[in-house]
Design a protein around this ligand. Structure first.
Ligand SMILES: C[S@@+](CC[C@H](N)C(=O)[O-])C[C@H]1O[C@@H](n2cnc3c(N)ncnc32)[C@H](O)[C@@H]1O
Length: 258
């Protein structure tokens, strides 16, 4: 596990206590429009996304040639691009118009991108996709019931939901809260993305609450993964990975639609 100061977004990050008035309001938390460029630039080459989350998700997805994939919470589209390069037919949705503008710039006019909130009904018919990728987005939701029901609905039976979230043990430690690991609670973290400060607010939930939610929505847990960082990461980020190939950061699931 990296030191607590090494969060999934970078070494300058810190948890914010509810009474912390250095952030005047949490209303702008998760306002990706306001830090889209900075987040996207940071995500492009850092350890946590470029050398950990993205390669791990692509490895879990395996051969995607010809598969219809929904990239749910696609951000500026780095996974969309990688999946498309591997022959998948990709649709990307995100709640942030700013992130989708960057995705459009990356992916071109032909890319199927739609502004959609994952907490609302999705604008797709039943069984429209072979796979859904939900990369680092579910941890923003207090209640997973409606989003997971919709993701299950748009998957064909036997299709896969591949999801990554903040690792609950690491997130609990970073949160600095004393509600207990088994509680479900909201916590905030101030990040620095490419020099720009931003507040992200997450919902912590214990592992069993995640697997219970997946099962209740009609998924079978096919794999829970805590992968090592990608090859080359230790050489590029020796201050974090000096003596450890794996570290607590994100947790990955492969869920099969039953
Ligand atoms: C941590 S970023 C990950 C982006 C992308 N999956 C990646 O790995 O590069 C989280 C993304 O989730 C999106 N998001 C947050 N809440 C959302 C919601 N309710 N519906 C759809 N997208 C949401 C944000 O706009 C942001 O682009």
């Amino acid at each position: 596990m990296p030191p607590a100061s090494h969060s999934p977004a970078g070494p300058a990050d810190r948890a914010i206590a509810d009474e912390d008035d250095s952030v005047t309001s949490h209303n702008r938390a998760n306002d990706y429009d306001s830090f889209a460029e900075a987040y996207s630039a940071e995500n492009e080459g850092n350890l946590f996304n470029a050398y950990y989350e993205r390669p791990a998700t692509l490895a879990l997805a395996g051969d995607v040639a010809g598969r219809r994939i929904l990239d749910a919470g696609c951000g500026s589209g780095p996974l969309f691009a990688a999946l498309r390069d591997r022959g998948a037919l990709v649709t990307g949705i995100d709640a942030s118009t700013g992130m989708l503008e960057l995705a459009r710039r990356r992916l071109g006019d032909d890319a199927d991108l739609q502004v959609t909130d994952l907490q609302d009904p999705l604008p797709f018919p039943d069984a429209a996709f072979d796979d859904v990728i939900a990369s680092l987005v579910l941890h923003y939701f207090e209640d997973w019931t409606a989003p997971l029901a919709e993701l299950r609905r748009v998957l064909r039976p036997g299709g896969r939901l591949i999801a990554s979230v903040n690792h609950p043990i690491h997130g609990y430690a970073l949160s600095g809260q004393d509600a207990g690991y088994f509680a479900t609670f909201q916590w905030s973290q101030e990040h620095t993305f490419s020099g720009q400060s931003a507040v992200l607010t997450y919902w912590h939930r214990p592992l069993h609450a995640m697997t219970d939610a997946f099962t209740a929505a009609g998924f079978r847990v096919a794999a829970i993964s805590e992968p090592p960082a990608a090859p080359g990461a230790r050489e590029l980020f020796p201050d974090i990975l000096a003596d450890q190939p794996a570290f607590l950061c994100f947790l990955f699931f492969v869920l099969e639609a039953v």
